[in-house]
Each structure stands twice: as structure tokens, then as C-alpha cells.
Design a binder for this molecule. Structure first.
Ligand code: DQA
Length: 155
């Protein structure tokens, strides 16, 4: 069975390309989707790529991703929770509660920015954290998820 990688994006990431390009670069969210699709094709995975500006919707998607993982149909999840990273206990509880294997991802180097970006509710429940590689971080994160999936296969 071809496993799915969920790539979930939080608030304001729909504005990529025009939003603070000096920090987030020139790629649009659709460009990012294409980078992810190419990585998934190369790695033999299926892509489920989404964006929402609503915390509750992201909670629902994390629960869905956790159920899919438990059923063996998903390999893991890459989440750029954007500003909710720094505020949301609900997202953290969803990752933990739904048993999501998570890469927490940020386009920018959050540790080189304002102090409020240096705390993450997600890092303690993530399996890996990736930040500062620009949008090129997305395919790298998908590669990490593919590695977990390969490591789980018993031959
Ligand atoms: C971000 C970093 C967050 O601090 C910020 O709120 C974002 C994007 C990143 O990808 O660098 O919206 O997650």
C-alpha cells in the first residue's frame, strides 16, 4: 500500500510569495505544494497537502492524520503550524493524543528572530524539528518521514 504523508500548513501561509519575502522567500504555497509532490513521487509516497487559518480545523486534520497512521495508511505528518506553534496547547494535545509522528517545520530560523518565536508548544511532542532551510525544508522533512516509514518495515 502506498502510504500518505500529510503536509499541514497553518495561518497566513496562504500568503507565501507576497508575505515578508525577505523572511519567507518568493515561493507561493502552490510552489511549495509542487516541491512536496515531487519529493513524494521520488520517494513513492502519496501527498495530502493542506492549509488552514483556523486552529480547530488543524486539530481535526491532526486527528485524521493520527488515525491514518494507526491504520498504517499514513507514514507521518509535516506541520508548519506558523503562529499557532507559539500559542496552541490544542495542537500539541492533538499531536500527542492522536499519536502523530511529526516533523515540526518552519521556513525561517525562528531562533534568530523575536523572542516570542523561540518557544514552541510542538517541539516536545515532535519526532523531529526542522527550521531555517526556507521552503527547501519541506522536501527535506518529507524525506525524514520516508526514512521513518522505511525503518518501520520489517522484512
Ligand atoms: C513560521 C514561523 C512562525 O514564527 C510564524 O508565525 C509563521 C511562519 C515559519 O515558517 O518560519 O507564520 O512558522
Amino acid at each position: 500500500m502506498t502510504q500518505t504523508v500529510y503536509v499541514l500548513n497553518g495561518p497566513n501561509l496562504n500568503l507565501l510569495g507576497s508575505r515578508e519575502p525577505g523572511i519567507y522567500g518568493a515561493h507561493t504555497l502552490d510552489d511549495v505544494r509542487q516541491l512536496c509532490a515531487q519529493a513524494c513521487t521520488r520517494l513513492g509516497l502519496k501527498l495530502d497537502f493542506r492549509q488552514s487559518n483556523h486552529e480547530g480545523e488543524l486539530v481535526g486534520w491532526l486527528q485524521e492524520a493520527g488515525s491514518a497512521e494507526a491504520a498504517g495508511s499514513a507514514a507521518g505528518t509535516v506541520l508548519n503550524a506558523a503562529a499557532y506553534t507559539h500559542t496552541s496547547v490544542a495542537l500539541r494535545d492533538a499531536v500527542k493524543g492522536a499519536g502523530v509522528s511529526l516533523v515540526e517545520l518552519h521556513i525561517s530560523n525562528v531562533h534568530a528572530r523575536e523572542e516570542f518565536r523561540q518557544h514552541s508548544y510542538l517541539s516536545p511532542v515532535a519526532r523531529g524539528v526542522m527550521f531555517g532551510f526556507g521552503t527547501a525544508g519541506y522536501p527535506l522533512a518529507i524525506e525524514a518521514v520516508a526514512g521513518w516509514a522505511r525503518a518501520k518495515v520489517v522484512v
